[in-house]
Design a protein around this ligand. Structure first.
Ligand SMILES: [Zn+2]
Length: 234
């Protein structure tokens, strides 16, 4: 009886409040999804042409706006894990692209940009692991937590590039003394803004001997909207 009532309740809410696209409110099959048109609009799986030494390649999956921005905000700031299937669906969408194969060629494993313990405590999870974990596993690329944050850093979204560099300098350390000689590593991040965070992580990995470090970011505007739109708060 209880199950029956729950089913009835779900059917009723589905009827009264049908699921809508997180971006344009068009009706969709499931809650917290994007409609096909919005999904298509944000897909932009291309390499950043700007150089960020010591990073090798930087690839984004989507633009950081419209639908991807809305979904990432729900995950990051509301801690809403219901958006994860939609983010994974977007990743699957770009899976076969040549840019992805080019980026992953020769990579040994992936490292997520770490959160400080305090933030993990508040949010309960690292959003980057939620987005990329399963996708990387299917590609036999383990996600290794090799880095940690030495101190909590303030949210960066209102800060300029120089302020970010100052705040993030020395903010990451290796979780263990490990020899990374000859390793090719992929840093995964949810939002790539100025590149400061990923570069600081890369410096630590390089100091342990890593040969090559590239980045896969779920979303980035590649500097286009930095002033009004940036957000890299981990
Ligand atoms: Zn839409």
């Amino acid at each position: 009886m209880k199950n029956f009532l729950r089913g009835l309740w779900q059917a009723t809410t589905y009827f009264l409040f049908p699921p809508r696209c997180s971006n344009c409110r068009e009706m969709v099959d499931e809650r917290y999804q994007l409609c096909a048109a919005c999904e298509k609009k944000i897909l932009r799986t291309d390499f950043y042409d700007k150089k960020f030494p010591p990073l090798d390649k930087v690839l984004r999956v989507t633009k950081y706006r419209d639908g991807s921005r809305a979904l990432l905000h729900k995950l990051k700031f509301d801690g809403n894990l219901n958006v994860v299937p939609a983010l994974k669906k977007i990743l699957e969408e770009v899976d076969g692209r040549k840019e992805i194969s080019e980026l992953l060629r020769g990579i040994n494993f992936a490292v997520p940009v770490p959160l400080h313990q305090k933030r993990i405590g508040e949010r309960g999870f690292n959003q980057t692991e939620k987005i990329f974990g399963d996708w990387l596993m299917k590609k036999n690329l383990p996600l290794k937590n090799l880095l940690f944050r030495t101190r909590p850093t303030p949210k960066l979204y209102k800060l300029g590039k120089l302020e970010r560099e100052k705040i993030l300098s020395g903010a990451f350390m290796a979780a263990e003394e490990i020899d990374l000689s000859g390793k090719k590593i992929l840093i995964v991040d949810d939002i790539f803004t100025t590149g400061t965070t990923c570069r600081e992580c890369a410096k630590v990995l390089k100091s342990l001997g890593a040969e090559k470090i590239s980045v896969l970011a779920f979303a980035s505007d590649f500097g286009e909207n930095f002033d009004k739109n940036n957000l890299e708060a981990n």
